[in-house]
Structure formats: structure tokens, C-alpha cells
Design a protein around this ligand. Structure first.
Ligand code: CO8
Length: 374
């Protein structure tokens, strides 16, 4: 009989700065005007397309996003820079991503009533790590004074759920008792703030989760993980080409294809039915129907995607209580969105209530957890 596994605490760390749609649009439009003036002859000759203005109204209507957090705001709105100005730290200083992870991890440990001595393993799972080695997870392990082992893993928007899957398997198998999963989503360095289609999509955040054996859990709000389900299917519709081979490619690290880019329409059309089918099949494996589920903590990429998926699941519109939206304040935080929703909207459920945590995004990748409040 495998050990019963619970989510015993989560920690959400908000970076110190926020950027409104209006601020982003002002910076982007100034960039577009400058681009068009600098390239007037090529645009006139039809060799280059002029850049159209962005609009705060479009962004909110198309995505539901009103604002986002930024780890470093300086530089993002500077029309001559359009990227955060993050000073390089020395090898003996805590790296930026480890700092974000430590901040979130401390909050998760407190919520779970755990100390560093209780944790056997640390997983950092996110869309990017700022270096390949030593692993950010091992740096955080050291900073928190945790014994055991740590590793990094990357699965873009599904990194957080896939990370919890690994923790669940370790604990169910008895190879660890408590695992800390951390999602330091420092997205802003990879956002192309000069691209009208995507300049508004992402925000930075730190998220962390403690997953442990039910036997050791002492926290007030605990959710048993009944099972996990994952699927991936290759797609080029969401892509970033920056990587360690870029140097050997003699590639321009600032070129648009090195940064996040996507075919948002296609993603929307293809991922919504995939995610709904995935969740229905996952629930069916527990003889559960969508109507049995009290709360849906869905990935936060686009409010219209969430409304559509919830409608496919329930056959009606979901209420804001049933399927909470956090991307108005946070935007798309890569893998962290579904867990931010969980962090902010789980305490009111009662013992026996079912919930679903589900992420979906680049890869494509979909990861879900069916949970029940203990
Ligand atoms: N301002 C004004 N108008 C605009 C803007 C703008 N900023 N952008 C586009 N428009 C215009 C277009 O030109 C178009 O005009 P027309 O109809 O005249 O041609 C019109 O608005 C409609 O454009 P779209 O069809 O592109 O707009 P959509 O309604 O599809 O909305 C979205 C665009 C919001 C991007 C939407 O398609 C979407 O959200 N799709 C889902 C995308 C998604 O979920 N992607 C997941 C990516 S995240 C992920 O997987 C993790 C990756 C790793 C993290 C990366 C961190 C950096």
C-alpha cells in the first residue's frame, strides 16, 4: 500500500514591483514610433512592416491581465532598453533565482509547519534556470540548510505540476518523507517587450509547495493527492530558442526568435480541448465527474482559455469561486499560475471536498493533480 501523500503548505512571494498595462503600452508605443521613424525608408519600400500601437484595452479584453509583478522594474520601460536591468552577481553571492526561491520556500515551510530539518529533497521546477550548474535547487538547499538532495527540472508552464508529480512519486514510494518544490519564475528577462503580440503576457513570481507523507503532516489545511496525470505532445507554437548553443550559433541573443514567441491563436485553439479531455479522463480514473469537483485551480495564461475549459468541463459557466482567476494581478507566471490560485483560494474548502490543479502550456505539456481536502 503506497504512502498517502499530501500538499501541506504553499508559499507565494510577490516581487517588489508592479507594472500596469498602461505603463507597458506607453513604453511599447514609444518604441514602435521610434522603430517606424528609424526605418521609414524600408517601411515605405515595403521591405519592413511598420509596428502598430498596442492598447491597454486590447490586453485586458484578450487576456484578462491588468498588471504584473517585476523582480526588477528598472530598464523594462526604458524605450532604449526594454529589458530588466539586473546587475550581475558574483559567484559567492546568492543568485537572483535562488533568492526568489528562498523567499517563497520560507513561506511554504511556515505554512506547512515544517523546518529545514524535516525536508529530504528540493526540486526547483520552472520555465528557465539562470544557469545550468550548480543547480539552483542545490544553491537553495544550501541557503536553507537542508540535508538530502536537490535538482532542477524544466517543463515550461507545466514545470510546477510535473515537479509535484516527482515529489508525489518519491513519497508514495517511501524514498522521501517531505519534499520542497520551488518555482522561481523569473520570466521578465525572456520577454520581448518590443513585440506587440506578447509584451504584456508575463510576470515574475516565487512559488513553493511542501509535499509530504500524511503521517508526518501537522498543518491545518492539507490536501491529499489522489493521483497525478501528465501528457506531452510536441508543438512549435510556443518557443524560445535561446540556449547554451546560441554562442556556437553566433546568434544574436536579442533577436526575436531567441526570446519567447508564440502563435497565440493556435495555442488557444489546440490546448483548450486537450486540457479539458485530460482533466475529464483524470477524474474518470477516480470515478469522479466534473460536478463532484468543488474547485478548479487552473493554469493562468488567459482568462478566456480558463472560462472555455471550465465550460467544457461543467457544461455551464464556472463561478469565480469555483475556478478562481489570479492573472489579472499576476499575468502569466509560467508554471506558477495554478499554484498561486491554489495558495490564494483553498482555505475555505471543507474536509472531503475535491479539487483539481492543472497546468497547460509550452511543449505542449499538461499536468494535473486530483486532490481531496483531508
Ligand atoms: N494591442 C492591440 N491590438 C493587438 C495587440 C496589442 N498588444 N496584439 C494583437 N493585436 C491585434 C492583432 O493585430 C489582431 O488584429 P486583426 O484582427 O486586425 O488582425 C487582433 O488584435 C487579434 O489578435 P490575436 O488573434 O493575436 O489576439 P487573440 O485574441 O488571440 O489574443 C493572446 C492574443 C492573448 C496571446 C491569446 O491568443 C492567448 O492568450 N493565447 C493563448 C496563449 C497561451 O496560453 N500561451 C501560453 C504561453 S505561456 C507558456 O507556455 C510558458 C512558456 C514559458 C514561459 C515564458 C516566459 C517568458
Amino acid at each position: 500500500m503506497p504512502n498517502s501523500v499530501v500538499i501541506s503548505g504553499t508559499g507565494l512571494w510577490n516581487p517588489p514591483h508592479t507594472i500596469s498595462n498602461e505603463e507597458l503600452v506607453t513604453a511599447y508605443n514609444a518604441h514602435a514610433d521610434q522603430f517606424n521613424a528609424d526605418n521609414a525608408a524600408a517601411i515605405e519600400a515595403g521591405e519592413l512592416a511598420a509596428k502598430a500601437h498596442s492598447s491597454a484595452e486590447f490586453i485586458e479584453k484578450a487576456s484578462g491581465i491588468k498588471s504584473r509583478f517585476a523582480y526588477i522594474k528598472d530598464g523594462i520601460l526604458d524605450v532604449n532598453r526594454l529589458r530588466p536591468n539586473i546587475p550581475e552577481r558574483g559567484d559567492d553571492e546568492l543568485s537572483d533565482q535562488a533568492e526568489i526561491g528562498v523567499n517563497a520556500a520560507k513561506l511554504a515551510l511556515a505554512a506547512a509547519n515544517k523546518s529545514a530539518a524535516d525536508i529530504d529533497a528540493v526540486i526547483v521546477s520552472c520555465a528557465y534556470t539562470q544557469r545550468s550548474y550548480p543547480a539552483i535547487a542545490i544553491e537553495i538547499q544550501e541557503a536553507l540548510g537542508i540535508e538530502g538532495f536537490a535538482f532542477d527540472m524544466l517543463v515550461a508552464c507545466s514545470a510546477a505540476t510535473f515537479g509535484i508529480h516527482r515529489a508525489y512519486e518519491m513519497i508514495a514510494a517511501g524514498t522521501a518523507k517531505s519534499v520542497l518544490i520551488i518555482n522561481p519564475e523569473l520570466t521578465s528577462p525572456q520577454v520581448n517587450y518590443g513585440d506587440r503580440d506578447s509584451h504584456f503576457i508575463f510576470g515574475d513570481v516565487g512559488m513553493a509547495t511542501v509535499v509530504e507523507s500524511a503521517e508526518s503532516c501537522t498543518s491545518e489545511h492539507r490536501y491529499e493527492i489522489l493521483s497525478t496525470k501528465a501528457v506531452t505532445s510536441y508543438s512549435n507554437n510556443i518557443r524560445s530558442n535561446f540556449g547554451y548553443v546560441s554562442r556556437a550559433n553566433d546568434a544574436d541573443p536579442y533577436s526575436a526568435d531567441r526570446l519567447f514567441h508564440q502563435n497565440g491563436r493556435k495555442v488557444f485553439k489546440e490546448v483548450c480541448p486537450m486540457a479539458a479531455k485530460h482533466i475529464i479522463e483524470h477524474l474518470q480514473s477516480h470515478d469522479l465527474a466534473s460536478s463532484d469537483v468543488s474547485r478548479w485551480w487552473l493554469h493562468q495564461a488567459n482568462i478566456n482559455m480558463n472560462l472555455l475549459i471550465a465550460k467544457k468541463l461543467l457544461g455551464r459557466d464556472a463561478s469565480a469561486e469555483e475556478a478562481p482567476i489570479v492573472l489579472d494581478r499576476y499575468a502569466n507566471t509560467a508554471s506558477a499560475g495554478s499554484l498561486i490560485a491554489f495558495n490564494l483560494h483553498h482555505e475555505d474548502l471543507v474536509s472531503g471536498d475535491y479539487g483539481v490543479i492543472c497546468s497547460f502550456g509550452a511543449g505542449y505539456s499538461i499536468g494535473s493533480l486530483v486532490v481531496r481536502k483531508s
